[in-house]
Design a protein around this ligand. Sequence first.
Ligand code: NAD
Length: 262
Amino acid sequence: MELEYLMLANKTALVTGSTSGIGLGIAKALARQGANIVLNGFGDVEGPKAEIAALGAKVAYHGADMSKPAEIEAMMAFAAATFGQVDILVNNAGIQHVARVENFPVERWDAIIAINLTSAFLASRLALPAMQKADWGRIINVASVHGLVGSAEKSAYVAAKHGILGLTKVTALENATSGVTCNAICPGWVLTPLVQKQVDAKAAALGLSNKEATNQLLGEKEPSMQFTTPEELGELAVFFCSPAANNVRGVAWNMDGGWAAQ
Ligand code: NAD
């Protein structure tokens, strides 16, 4: 399809942590709608870049470490210099660490709060002025069902995800009379490298096969017994960018197989 007829033609989306998992799924869904994409994250870069380019979208990459404010500033300047401005900001980069509060390494707490929460504030504050000037913008924060409920041994993650829902509401309210919206996505389990590590840890600790550990993980929390996919989450991000979502402001939308309904 000709890109200029697509919904997000001539828009630019920057997705943090998009070399893998949910971020890459969202970047691909936005690219399919014609958006230029700025990728960010660690690991293989050429593979994800090629996947976006194969969809016909323009793609650039910046390797900012989302725990470093100066690198976030450089990434936002790079995106503006490459494509004009950032119209859609998806704050997605995130890490996990699992331990009880009394055993939780202080350094891991600081890293999770920096990457999963503070980076969203730092990128949003730099993206907002151009969005406000254009009277159109979308900030999508990838929170988690852990923004709504807690789980043992995830203190920093749950605190960061509850925090990002607060940031989402305030950003939405401050821009409520404009064309700039801010909303959050709250996935349950999604089978990405971040979760595969938790399956592996369960399998090793309990002497289970990968399949048994996966079923136990799902069975503890997710009534559907199914993973949500990066593709499904990408379509939710596309909805938030659509005209139908012009007045959707400050919501936390679960895609969690019924996790938070219990
Ligand atoms: P993932 O590990 O597949 O991807 C994480 C991405 O973030 C990667 O691209 C990685 O390179 C990048 N990243 C990590 N640290 C970074 C840093 N310091 N600077 C820049 N990039 C960095 O994980 P995922 O499961 O796709 O997670 C993406 C987001 O979705 C996270 O915010 C996570 O909390 C959230 N989430 C995941 C699940 C799940 O079940 N997988 C559920 C709910 C919410």
